[in-house]
Design a protein around this ligand. Structure first.
Ligand SMILES: O=C(O)CCC(=O)C(=O)O
Ligand SMILES: [Fe+2]
Length: 305
């Protein structure tokens, strides 16, 4: 294969599962079209995200939740650092999670969302987008299950009421001669099960290929860029790879523009035991670990817990 797959997911999953799975095995990434998230919802969400980040710094900072590890609300510029990186990423973000009823057995793992009162329609829009991401994610996981020789619904119970997080990201415009080629988000692997990303048509996202070269990702307007996270890499003992990726400031005029994107970090349920699938076991298979414990280990490494 010479490039990552670009797949319409409107076709029967059994027909596309292997094309998708092969791309995840080789690159850890695929582009997914016809994913079912309505274009007008995406447009509204992008507008609301821009409106939030345009608020005064002081207002945005009033939505920082101390002690929550950035899991909900606002995280300012200069907080998150990639694992082993020496400088902070050039980004600010807002997190929306799953709202569970207070008496739900998994409620202790998922803090209630907070919402900025200054942007009207923000809550409704992002609740709708969260649900749409959830549904698109289940479909992608069904295709992955087929590719792995599992039942199409294998992953349904593993992600039900999982602590997936939707991140609204803003990378501020950079200034001066050093802007071109600056690193907006240092190379990292995602921690979760799979990530569904909107907004990557604004240039900058690159993945690290097995041969050590960086490959720029250039999806068509409105498509999802999907990548395998560390949890699914671990579950499959590396058959599907969590590939390092980064966001560089593009060359030319775009270097001086802000970049907005919206990843949805789809997570297993916190109590799901990540134990290598029987078909993927070999002598190097890692020991079982709960999804929650794995997440905590990794958040400490990136300065968020
Ligand atoms: O902004 C992007 O395009 C990618 C963001 C990303 O990789 C992340 O937040 O984990
Ligand atoms: Fe990422």
């Amino acid at each position: 294969m010479t490039d990552i797959a670009s797949v319409s997911i409107a076709r029967p999953l059994s027909e596309l599962a292997d094309e998708l799975g092969t791309s995840f095995a080789e690159y850890g990434f695929a582009v997914i079209r016809d994913h079912g998230i309505p274009a007008d919802l995406i447009a509204r969400a992008e507008e609301m995200s821009k409106a939030f980040f345009a608020l005064p710094d002081e207002t945005k900072r009033s939505y920082i939740l101390a002690g929550g590890g950035g899991a909900r609300g606002y995280t300012p510029f200069g907080t998150e650092k990639a694992k082993d990186a020496s400088v902070h990423d050039l980004k600010e973000f807002w997190h929306v999670g799953r709202d569970l009823p207070a008496d739900h057995p998994l409620a202790e793992y998922m803090a209630p969302n907070i919402w900025p009162v200054e942007v009207s329609g923000f809550r409704e829009t992002f609740e709708a987008l969260y649900a749409a991401f959830d549904e698109a994610g289940r479909k992608v996981l069904s295709a992955i299950a087929l590719h792995l020789g599992l039942d199409e619904h294998f992953f349904d119970a593993t992600v039900e009421d999982g602590n997936s997080v939707m991140r609204l990201l803003r990378y501020p415009p950079l200034e001066g001669a050093e802007a071109e080629g600056a690193i907006r988000a240092a190379a990292h692997g995602d921690i979760n099960t799979i990530t569904l990303l909107l907004g990557a048509e604004e240039a900058g996202l690159e993945l690290l290929k097995a041969d050590g070269e960086w490959l720029a990702i250039d999806p068509p307007e409105g498509a999802l860029v999907v990548n395998i996270g560390d949890m699914l890499d671990r579950l499959t003992n590396g058959r599907l790879v969590s590939t390092k990726h980064r966001v560089v400031n593009p060359k030319g005029e775009a270097a001086y523009r802000a970049r907005y994107s919206m990843p949805f970090f789809l997570h297993f349920r916190p109590d799901y035991m990540i134990e290598t699938l029987p078909s993927c076991v070999d002598e190097n298979a890692p020991p079982p670990i709960s999804s929650h414990e794995f997440l905590l280990q990794r958040l400490r490494e990136i300065n968020l817990a």
